[in-house]
Design a protein around this ligand. Structure first.
Ligand code: MRU
Length: 348
């Protein structure tokens, strides 16, 4: 393992505020954006400065600190109403990743019965959420890698690495651990249209770890599977429902179908903060739809014929029956269903 293994950190709390690595600029430029109020963090989440379900949750937790700081300073005796409105707006910044709502739900109860300045208690909790995520990812890395018999090639989608989390990554964490254990002959990554998280982000962070990566256009994945040599597709999740259905980056469902058709195994890696037991199935997951320009343009340059429309849902739902293995920090579940999901969550 090289000395620089897993060094990228997309989120940093400083005396000045919240520093977010601007992922829209990668891999060309490494620049942190300083967010000093909750509106700036909400905009950063909406505009993809910070992205990936766990990273969105962590950034939201720090945004709660910024909101409380500003509202308490402005009106120490009567700040909670405006603060609650800030959180409601923050919750709307991206709808699919449940980690955002999960982080807010973890922060809110700290205010019950609290007198005086809320910042120290909220900041301590945000820092706990941040550091727990890293520990969770390392644990999932071990558990997921243990499922893989090597040497084999694997395929991943989108970016689920350090950039999408507090560090190490979910699916990419499993790939890091499996690579370190000598189990991987090759890592393939879909470019992931339209934001190119695979080409821009996954390839960049694997390159930093000196893990070779081979990119492919999303549509090439079934042909790669047919060729042989690949035994796992490994992806993350934005929301997993009580029956084990998985919302993840658009294209994941197609990968799951193609994997089943070609006898490959399909692994989903996600912390339990991504599990939403309040929804019975993936049919109820709100799927974010983003502007048509993201499909009609590439790097700000028009690529489509003038007048064409575009459909741009940025997540899809993979039914639980296509998930061979779900890896969480609480353990591994094969072929998730309502009973197995409930059992997993009960593990504590
Ligand atoms: O639109 P994005 O880049 O936020 O989508 C990210 C994904 O779909 C990831 O696979 C998911 O959030 C898991 S990240 C550990």
């Amino acid at each position: 393992m090289s000395a620089g293994f897993d060094r990228v950190r997309p989120i940093a709390w400083t005396d000045e505020g919240l520093e977010l690595l601007d992922q829209r600029l990668l891999p060309g430029e490494e620049r942190y954006l300083l967010c000093q109020d909750v509106a700036a963090v909400a905009a950063a989440i909406r505009d993809m400065v910070v992205r990936g379900a766990p990273a969105i949750g962590i950034a939201a937790a720090y945004a709660v600190v910024l909101a409380a700081r500003a509202r308490y300073a402005a009106s120490p005796l009567d700040w909670r109403g405006a603060f609650a409105e800030d959180l409601a707006r923050l919750a709307e910044s991206r709808p699919t990743a449940v980690n955002l709502g999960w982080a807010l739900a973890r922060m809110r109860p700290l205010l019950d019965g609290l007198d005086g300045d809320p910042e120290p208690a909220l900041l301590a909790e945000a820092e706990r959420i941040h550091s727990e995520d890293l520990a969770t990812n390392r644990r999932m890395g071990e558990l997921g890698a243990a499922c893989i018999e090597g040497p084999t090639a694997v395929l991943t989608h989108c970016n689920t690495g350090s950039l999408a989390t507090g560090g190490y990554g979910t699916a990419l964490g499993v790939i890091r651990s499996a690579w370190a254990a000598g189990k991987l002959s090759r890592v393939y990554a879909d470019e992931t249209r339209p934001w190119l998280q695979g080409a821009r982000l996954t390839a960049w962070e694997l390159g930093r770890d000196e893990i070779p990566v081979c990119l492919l256009a999303d549509a090439a994945a079934p042909a790669l599977m047919r060729q042989g040599g690949l035994s796992w597709v490994i992806v993350g999740a934005d929301r997993i429902t009580a029956n084990g259905d998985v919302a993840n980056k658009i294209g994941t469902y197609g990968l799951a179908l193609a994997a089943r058709a070609h006898g490959l195994r399909f692994m989903v890696v996600a912390p339990t903060s991504t599990v939403d037991m309040s929804l019975a199935s993936g049919d109820s997951i709100p799927i974010e739809s983003r502007p048509a320009e993201e499909v009609l343009q590439l790097g700000g340059q028009p690529v489509a014929a003038v007048g064409a429309e575009a459909w741009n849902p940025v997540f899809d739902v993979t039914p639980a029956e296509y998930v061979d293995v779900l890896v969480t920090e609480r353990g591994v579940v094969e072929r998730p269903n309502p009973e197995r999901m409930a059992g997993l969550l009960a593990r504590g």
